[in-house]
Design a protein. Structure first.
Ligand code: SAM
Ligand code: SF4
Length: 438
């Protein structure tokens, strides 16, 4: 038993934006219980490691973090939350006896009770997966930065053969329409000017009346004070005509789409159980571009899926050239225990994966720079989000999700009109033109 009565806490979130959202919600829960967030540099009495299980390296990180925490003069109470908690459960304290609490992503509304159990020296585990019940048990949203996440859909029924999400986050479930709109209004009241709707398959969101994500986007569009709407992550198969049309019709919906493709080879896509082909993916993007010609496209890629040949990898490079992504995330395939691909034959050698990832990232980097350079000279609205490195400098996001830094006397949370002046691979510089009316 340690820290019998934790007063301060720290939540460290790893992995996807849904974990960032969950981490914020856990912090709100702990604050509602009277704990306070540890100050910068202060050692918290309770540390929540909100973990990611998507790739081996992410999953192993939690154990090195626990080791580091246990070396403190006064070891904190340690809670492992997130997808590693769900996937490894009771195995975690066996491997890392310093862990006091294990709580899965569908059970974290019970965190305060688990903290009390741990403080009494009792077993504090909860990896139950009751869909959605946590949302009803969470406290009100608190003060927000200008850009907020809002989880609308969880879980996944797609079962891509490499992926642990269907096992750690459970079946696809959509939160009710009214609850989402209420939370969006609360976020705006708390200071948010941009909301990103989140889900593992966010565009698979449906409600009992058959409404799809575009209906939610239209409802958010009507919230006064909200200036921008985004959504992520989408699956190609759920990219409906209605949602594509929303990109043409809803002004607050930003011209950005993250649509993972994973591979450009149809054989690999089939082995991944992706249920789209390279061609059908490209056709979807054509329709999206027809609706919104300036849309910035982003994607996810995996190199070195079992059996991937050089020619199949080159098909992925061809996909990159065909699409011209504005941004992208690319990963080496990581075998995950319990997934079908982990036991497939022809696992690819690490050095082959390294070499392919380098080539892929070089191509993606080239396109990202080209996209940024093509923005130079444009006028755009910028949502100011955080301080820049130099005094008087702030960093904001363009409609295309580019980071833009500039000198300005405007404040964080303001939307200002800028001209984009110069571009690098990861950010742009801009100059303020005039303040945009709120
Ligand atoms: N649901 C989303 C989708 O289907 O695109 C994203 C889910 S996942 C959190 C984010 C990305 O991680 C995936 O798009 C994929 O590129 C990558 N990923 C998932 N499992 C992986 C694995 N076993 N090895 C390497 N990358 C993986
Ligand atoms: Fe994982 Fe595929 Fe579901 Fe995305 S669609 S979460 S990659 S199983």
């Amino acid at each position: 038993m340690k820290s019998p009565d934790p007063r301060t806490f720290e939540v460290k979130s790893f992995g996807c934006q849904m974990n960032v959202y969950d981490g914020e919600r856990m912090a709100e829960l702990l604050e509602a219980e009277g704990l306070s967030a540890a100050a910068e540099g202060e050692e918290a009495d309770l540390v929540v490691l909100n973990t990611c299980h998507i790739r081996e390296r992410a999953a192993e990180k939690v154990y090195s973090d626990i080791g580091r925490l246990m070396k403190r003069d006064q070891a904190p109470m340690i809670a492992v939350a997130g997808c590693v908690a769900q996937a490894e459960g009771a195995e975690i304290p066996r491997r890392a006896p310093g862990v006091d609490i294990v709580v899965g992503p569908q059970a974290y509304h019970n965190l305060p009770e688990l903290v009390r159990q741990a403080a009494r020296g009792e077993r504090a585990f909860d990896t139950a997966m009751p869909p959605l019940s946590k949302f009803g048990a969470l406290p009100a949203r608190r003060k927000q930065g200008p850009s907020a996440f809002l989880t609308v859909q969880e879980g996944c029924d797609k079962f891509c053969t490499y992926c642990v999400v269907p096992y750690t986050r459970g079946a696809e479930v959509s939160r009710p329409f009214g609850a989402i709109v209420d939370e969006a209004k609360a976020l705006v009241d708390a200071g948010a000017r941009e909301i990103t709707l989140l889900g593992q398959n966010v565009n698979g969101w449906r409600d009992g009346d058959g409404r799809g994500l575009e209906a939610l986007i239209v409802a958010l569009d009507a919230i006064p004070g909200l200036a921008r709407i985004r959504y992520t992550t989408s699956h190609p198969n759920d990219m409906t005509e209605g949602l594509i049309r929303a990109h043409a019709e809803v002004e607050k919906l930003m011209p950005y789409l993250h649509l993972p493709v994973q591979s450009g080879s149809d054989r690999v896509l089939k082995a991944m159980n992706r249920s789209h082909s390279a061609e059908s993916y490209l056709r979807i993007l054509e329709r999206v571009r027809a609706a919104r010609s300036d849309i910035a496209l982003s994607g996810d890629f995996i190199v070195g899926f079992p059996g991937e040949t050089e020619a199949e990898f080159e098909a992925t490079l061809n996909m990159v050239e065909a699409v011209g992504y504005a941004q992208a995330f690319s990963f080496k395939y990581s075998p995950r225990p319990g997934t079908p691909a982990a036991t497939m034959e022809d696992q690819i050698a690490p050095e082959v994966m390294d070499e392919r990832l380098q080539r892929l990232q070089a191509a993606l980097g080239r396109h990202q720079l080209a996209f940024n350079q093509a923005s130079v000279g444009k006028r755009a609205a910028l949502l100011l989000e955080r301080p820049g490195r130099k005094p008087g400098q702030l960093i904001g996001k363009s409609p295309w999700l580019q980071s833009v830094h500039l000198e300005t006397d405007a404040a964080i949370g303001d939307l200002i009109e800028v001209e984009l002046l110069s571009a690098g691979p990861n950010s742009l510089a801009g100059a303020q033109l005039m303040k945009v009316a709120a």
